[in-house]
Design a protein around this ligand. Sequence first.
Ligand SMILES: [Zn+2]
Length: 320
Amino acid sequence: MKSRSHGAERRGGPGARAAAGLFAAAAAVAASSAASAQSYECTPAPEAEVRVTQVWHRSNRCVPIYIDRATSLFGEGEDPTLVQESADVWTSPGCTDLELPVFGFTDQRPGFDPRSDDNQNVISEVLTASDRGYLPDPEALATTVTFHNADTGEIYDADILFNTAVADFEDLRPGDDCAGRLDPPYDLRNTLVHELGHVLGFDHNADRASTMFASAPVCELSKRDLTSLDLQGLCDVYASGQPSRTCEPASSYGSFDRFRGQCDSASSRDGGCQAVSGTAFGLWWMVVGLWPSVARLQRKTNFKTSSEIMNSSPSSIRSF
Ligand SMILES: [Zn+2]
């Protein structure tokens, strides 16, 4: 079976800490050896002085998801039910009050501009060959970018990029003879559910059966569902009615309240939390082009665009 290598690296950066970007890339692969103790993992915020991990704040448990109108992954004008159903995998367990409503298509590209209140959590793809060069791992199947407070780990924004430059994705039907194909694809839902785990701050773990295991072969469907390990992480970190937990205790959260309540503010613009409609927010242009720029700068360990504004720096780059 075809698989793709998966690596992980971190690039620390000096500078004050506010929002920071983390690249988590997903690729299929055989990277890790068997580990003895298997536990769920949370993505660290490596620049924090105390050990904290990335997490959405308790007051920000509703995370609206948008689909880049430019991507053909989900088909133009097609019902984004596939995305909602994949998101529901993480929100349907009764132990959590997380919500991941899918708001439909957007013109906004992945990225984060701290000057803007219109940062959307966007699912997109690597649309050009040069985009691929910006990825921390050009062979990764997908990359999730989270922007978080480097001191506290609080996530403000997260975007997913499918690497369609190197892999074919398809919404496979269980029972299809996928493996018998000449060039078998990767399952779209399988990859998306895994990436949404990164959106929520979960990192890879050593359990090969887990949704958050670091690799996936073509045709795999098993990551569409959470294993007991993934469920344990979800229920621990985002327990209904309880403060969000980090795997390592955080001393405090930051005070960037305006990045919270995203579904409320999105609802006021879109007309309902469950609305599936296109959006065209006024400030999105400020973000366009940011992703390639950020990625390029990130590779140089210098997150200039945001550091000028928020004194931030990249915390880590990680491959999926
Ligand atoms: Zn991953």
